[in-house]
Design a protein around this ligand. Structure first.
Ligand code: ATP
Length: 252
């Protein structure tokens, strides 16, 4: 069974059919890329998958469960986490606390225990600190743990956003242009980190990206969107050698 199965997904904004008849199948632990020209509908697909928009056609099945049209919070609980094209962090919080916000979804202590700082509260806090530090290590951010998130360089903020998304222990991780604004060195490091996350967290990843070096370097399969519709789908080499794709996208 595929981890994500999307059939005939679509949405219109006024007269514009932003996404139409969108299908995708993503297997567990696959590293999958969604590419296409500006305005093709890629971010809209993420917004449909995560409940920001309600599709007007189609179905989204995650790990056998129908999550079509559910609220963002319920989809997050069902196991989809994402990052945003324009980074969204808790800017005033520390790097460590940003990751702990993600962890909070899973850890429980009662409000009273929290207020009174009872032993269970302290124990849970300590465990969360340790787990958050482990995640920061993966993204080479442990030295920045106590800095304010907004004071990090841009590339590190992007990595922190991925760490925070992973802290929710999702089944599927959606990355919206993770390499945007990164230099080639930073992009290279990011590619290693994404590979590491897939392998060591057994994560399934769908990413939107314009950087073709990243796409061809780490994605196993690709879907190309053009004017809201799937232009081509298949293994990365099949898709990147497809004449239609070269004309519509790579040739521009
Ligand atoms: N909330 C909305 N209301 C109206 N139109 C929208 C809305 N969201 C997206 N669109 C339109 O839908 C189309 C697809 O936009 P989308 O942002 O999904 O493209 P994209 O492929 O992610 O582009 P880019 O690579 O530039 O980020 C665009 O024409 C956009 O203007």
């Amino acid at each position: 069974m595929a981890l994500l199965e999307v059939k005939n997904l679509g949405i219109s904004f006024g007269g514009l059919r932003a996404v139409n008849a969108f299908d995708i199948l993503i297997e567990k632990e696959e590293l999958y890329g969604l590419i296409g020209p500006n305005g093709a509908g890629k971010t809209t697909v993420f917004n449909l998958l995560t409940g920001v928009y309600r599709p007007d056609t189609g179905k989204v099945i995650l790990d056998g469960k129908d999550i079509t049209g559910k609220k963002t919070i319920d989809i997050s609980k069902a196991g989809i986490a994402r990052t945003f094209q324009n980074i969204r962090l808790f800017k005033e919080l520390s790097v460590l606390d940003n990751v702990k916000v993600g962890l909070h979804n899973k850890h429980h202590y009662s409000t009273l225990e929290g207020i009174l700082r009872l032993p269970n509260h302290r124990k849970v806090e300590k465990e969360m600190d340790e787990q958050a530090m482990e995640l920061l290590k993966v993204f080479n951010l442990e030295d920045a743990a106590h800095r304010k998130a907004s004071n990090l360089p841009y590339g590190q903020q992007r990595r922190l956003e991925i760490a925070r998304a992973l802290a929710t222990e999702p089944k599927l991780l959606l990355l919206d242009e993770p390499a945007a604004g990164m230099n080639p060195n930073e992009t290279g490091e990011l590619m290693d980190m994404i590979r590491f996350v897939r392998k060591n967290f057994h994560m399934t990843i769908l990413l939107i990206e314009h950087d073709m070096k990243l796409v061809s370097g780490i994605c196993e399969k690709l879907t190309v969107l053009n004017f809201g519709e799937v232009l081509c789908q298949g293994t990365t080499s099949e898709v990147l050698n497809d004449p239609q794709v070269i004309t519509a996208y790579l040739g521009e």
